[in-house]
Design a protein around this ligand. Structure first.
Ligand code: ADE
Length: 241
């Protein structure tokens, strides 16, 4: 899988992709994340990528030409499944979306800045608009890193224990159950007996009950059946196949 990220702040994305699971995925040849500096497509001597908003008002708007040129260049090299724009007014990202994107081959992610992009970019060049939550970041870069991480960890072979993505919170519409490790007792705080019993069926049943209890308590909305998790064609992670 290949993800091309278009940004005016490429430095902001160096860290997340040179560590941990994302780095391992790249090293194993399972995923490739390329960061493109939009400034390279900037206009004039100043390499401008933004300008004042028509009609006035505070804040700069990202211009269509540099973005269009960058996307065009990428599209000359390969076909893209989606051109995603990170924006707080997009569809809220969730596990079902991560699963769906993990089934694609090539994605472009455009990071917004300033007051956002010229609306014509959204109308004509973007295929999906994604938010990571109801708050405003200073740019789309950190949001793009979040989305990229959530997608790439789902690719088969990226996680050491392939099943661990399947038992994540949200994968079955439930939150994950509590986990414990050594020591079995700390300051008198005990690990639930069943987990030490070695009885696989009882452990599985305890974990399921805990998942349900935790979900009811913390995220009753997930149990109401009107969320997109666990439904539709976009919920199947690659690992399920
Ligand atoms: N850019 C600024 N805020 C954002 C958010 N919440 N999600 C995605 N992109 C953003």
């Amino acid at each position: 899988m290949r993800i091309d990220i278009i940004t005016v702040l490429p430095g902001l994305l160096e860290g997340p992709f040179s560590h941990s699971i994302l780095k391992r995925a790249e090293d194993k040849g399972l995923a490739s994340v390329k960061v493109h500096d939009l400034r390279g497509y900037g206009i004039g001597k100043q390499k401008s990528v933004d300008n004042y908003a028509f009609g006035g008002g505070a804040g700069m708007v990202m211009m269509i030409e540099p973005i269009a040129k960058c996307i065009e260049d990428l599209k000359k090299e390969r076909d893209y499944d989606e051109v995603i724009y990170m924006t707080p007014d997009g569809l809220t990202f969730n596990q079902a979306m991560a699963n769906s994107f993990s089934l694609t081959e090539n994605l472009i992610i455009l990071c917004g800045h300033y007051k956002g992009v010229d609306e014509r970019v959204r109308q004509h060049l973007i295929t999906k608009e994604v938010s990571i939550g109801d708050f405003v970041l200073s740019g789309g870069e950190l949001a793009a890193a979040v989305v990229t991480d959530a997608i790439i960890r789902l690719l088969p072979g990226v996680l050491n224990d392939e099943t661990s993505a399947l038992t994540d919170s949200f994968q079955d519409g439930l939150l994950a159950p509590p986990v414990y490790t050594r020591p079995a007792t700390y300051k008198g705080w005990k690990v639930p007996e069943v987990l030490l019993s070695g009885h696989a069926a009882n452990i599985e049943s305890w974990r399921f009950d805990e998942s349900v209890r935790r979900t009811k308590e913390r995220r009753p909305d997930l149990m109401e059946g009107d969320n997109s998790l666990g439904k539709g064609d976009s919920t199947t992670a690659r690992n399920d196949n």
